[in-house]
Design a protein around this ligand. Structure first.
Ligand code: GDP
Length: 304
């Protein structure tokens, strides 16, 4: 990902090589290339503007000294700024001190939430946790079944509404908030230490969906709310992320479909406008196509 950015930077830095100190014209030429490359990578326009302004300011003010030549100096600055925006250190899941750790998933329909639920639960299970999945996406007829399939593949139980039940207590079938509450209660009773709650998305940001997600958040008070976003989303990333941040105040970002053609600009856009860390990357349809997101590695990859 970011091939184009790294190619452009390499080309520009080549031109800088050999110069003893950076002139304002050098910095501006470099910054222009960075701007163009980030826009090509589909990083949102306001984010590009802010990023390049910071790189420019730091590059102009930077002492070009000893160990680093000017181009290395700018690479270092770009690298540091990228790492910073992407969340700094790798952010781990915050586990609850008592009772089950509650993780809620939010995002647009098709973003990859249900798939992520399977991946995350399998990953946690491999680390010795005992997760349970809760199916709160009651919008799409197939969503509950899809989560059950994923749970089976991951070897993790799924708590789902019970269509045959009759009383309100055992039949929260139509009400995702009740299902979420009941799912957390099930986890407590069956001594699961992690609950992953899958919620409904829509194709676009929608007030009713957001209100539902927000109600679920208030009802179960999750330790983490993970916002799942398709890496291919491009310029829409900013508006979608801001709407979800306002609606559910998410705690971390999961970038899905990083195996596709996307240059990953969405990661930078979303992290930059929300100030939230990217925590995981989803890199395929298989349950093992999932990794912790490392801001420093990603930044190095961008600059390689
Ligand atoms: P949800 O509506 O947010 O629950 O999204 P799903 O989990 O149902 O995923 C939507 C589609 O994207 C499915 O066909 C998944 O197989 C696919 N998908 C999910 N994550 C990834 C990923 O990381 N890479 C690729 N290539 N496909 C993915």
């Amino acid at each position: 990902m970011f091939n184009s950015l790294s190619d452009r930077l390499t080309a520009t830095f080549k031109n800088l090589r050999g110069k003893g100190r950076l002139t304002e014209a050098d910095v501006d030429a470099t910054v222009r290339e960075i701007r163009r490359a980030l826009l090509d990578a589909d990083v949102a326009v306001p984010v590009v503007r802010e990023f390049t302004a910071r790189v420019r300011e730091r590059s102009l003010g930077a002492e070009v000294s000893g160990a680093l030549n000017p181009s290395q100096q700018i690479v270092k600055i770009v690298n540091e700024e990228l790492v910073e925006i992407l969340g700094g250190e790798t952010r781990r899941i915050r586990l609850a001190k008592t009772g089950p750790t509650i993780i809620m998933l939010a995002g647009l329909q098709g973003a990859g939430k249900t798939t992520l639920a399977g991946k995350l639960s399998k990953w946690l299970k491999a680390q010795g946790h005992s997760p349970i999945l809760v199916a709160c996406d009651l919008q799409r007829p197939n969503a509950v079944t899809q989560l059950q399939v994923v749970g089976k593949r991951a070897g993790v139980p799924v708590f789902a509404p019970h269509p045959g039940a009759t009383s309100e207590l055992e039949h929260p079938a139509g009400d995702p908030v009740a299902v979420a509450r009941a799912g957390v209660e099930e986890a407590r009773q069956k001594l699961h230490d992690v609950v992953i709650v899958d919620t409904a998305g829509r194709l676009g940001v929608d007030a009713e969906m957001m209100e539902q997600a927000s109600q679920i958040r208030r009802a179960i008070v999750p330790n983490e709310v993970l916002f799942v976003i398709d890496a291919m989303i491009g310029q829409d990333a900013v508006n979608t992320a801001m709407a979800f941040d306002e609606g559910v105040n998410f705690t971390g970002i999961v970038l899905s479909k990083l195996d596709g053609d996307a240059r990953g600009g969405a990661a930078l856009s979303v992290a930059s406008v929300t100030g939230k860390p990217v925590m995981f990357a989803s890199t395929g349809e298989g349950l093992d196509d999932f990794e912790l997101f490392h801001p420093d590695r990603m930044a190095s990859r961008i600059l390689d």
